[in-house]
Write a protein that binds this ligand. Structure first.
Ligand code: SF4
Length: 247
C-alpha cells in the first residue's frame, strides 16, 4: 500500500538520521569508549557503538518511551531495550499484552516484531551514570518530536519520571495537554486531546524491580491498560486507504 510504504520510508529516514547524530559530543565520545572497552562477557562481540534507533511498527498507535540506553545493552546490540534486564521485563510485558511476537528481544536479527507498538527513548545515547544532562535531553528532543509527528499515536507509555517530563513537554507543545498539572506516578492516566492518553509506569530498572517497587503484575497492568484504551478508540485501521490516519 502506498500509505504503508510512505510511513515505512519516513520511519527508516528518521532512524538513519538518528544513527548519524552527533549533537552531543560527550555522549558520542562515551559511547565510542564503551564500545572499545567492552564488558568482559561481551568481549567477542562487536558493539553497535552509535545512537540507538527507534524500534517497532512504523504504524504504531502505542509508543513506549524510556530514558536512555543502558551502557552494555542497546548500545551493544543496536536495538532499544535489548541486552539488559530492563528489556527482559519490557518485551515480556509487551508479548503478554499482544504487542510483540516473542517474549524476548535477543538481538537485531532474532525475528522479533512489534505489532502496533514502537519503542524509543528521550535520549538515544547511553549517558555516563545513566544521567543525561538537561542540555543533552534538549538536543535529543527533536527526534522524539519527529517520531510523534509521524506515528498515528493513541497511547504513550512513559517509563519513569524523565521520560514522562519529555512526553508532557511534547503534549503541551502540540496542544494535546493544556492547563492541568500532569504529575508522574505509576499507573497515572492522563487524557490528551484527540482521543489520546498518556500512561505512567515506573521504569523496569533493576533499582525498581529488585526492590519490589515495580512488580511484574504492576508492569503488566500498564500494558493491559494500553491495550484496553486502544480497543476503546475508533479503529483507524478501517481507513479506506488501508492505513491509519497520520496525526
Ligand atoms: S543523545 Fe540524541 S541528540 Fe545527543 S548525540 Fe545521541 S542521538 Fe544525538
Amino acid at each position: 500500500m502506498h500509505c504503508e510504504s510512505s510511513l515505512l520510508d519516513a520511519w527508516q529516514r528518521l532512524n538513519r538520521r538518528i544513527v548519524r547524530c552527533a549533537r552531543c559530543p560527550r555522549l558520542r565520545a562515551y559511547g565510542a569508549e564503551v564500545a572499545r572497552r567492552k564488558r568482559r562477557a561481551y568481549a567477542g562481540q562487536e558493539y553497535w557503538g552509535r545512537p540507538v534507533p527507534n524500534f517497532g511498527d512504523p504504524q504504531a498507535r502505542l509508543l513506549v518511551v524510556g530514558l536512555a540506553p543502558a551502557e552494555h545493552g542497546a548500545p551493544r546490540t543496536g536495538r532499544m531495550f535489548t541486552g539488559d534486564r530492563s528489556g527482559q521485563w519490557l518485551y515480556r510485558a509487551l508479548y503478554k499484552a499482544g504487542f510483540a511476537t516473542q517474549p524476548e528481544s535477543l538481538g537485531r536479527d532474532d525475528g522479533l516484531r512489534l505489532r502496533d507498538c514502537a519503542i524509543t527513548a528521550v535520549c538515544h545515547c547511553a549517558p555516563p551514570g545513566n544521567k543525561p544532562t538537561r542540555d543533552e535531553l534538549l538536543q535529543c528532543r527533536p527526534w522524539l518530536d519527529e517520531l510523534i509527528e509521524q506515528l498515528p499515536l493513541r497511547v504513550i507509555v512513559a517509563l519513569g519520571q524523565i521520560a514522562w517530563q519529555g512526553v508532557v513537554a511534547q503534549a503541551r507543545h502540540r496542544g494535546w495537554l493544556m492547563g492541568r498539572a500532569a504529575r508522574f506516578a505509576h499507573g497515572a492516566i492522563v487524557p490528551l486531546a484527540g482521543e489520546r492518553w498518556l500512561l505512567g509506569s515506573y521504569h523496569p530498572s533493576q533499582q525498581n524491580t529488585f526492590t519490589g517497587r515495580l512488580t511484574e503484575a504492576m508492569f503488566d497492568g500498564v500494558f493491559e491498560q494500553a491495550r484496553h484504551l486502544l480497543s476503546s478508540t475508533a479503529d483507524a485501521s478501517a481507513d479506506p486507504d488501508g492505513c491509519r490516519s497520520a496525526v
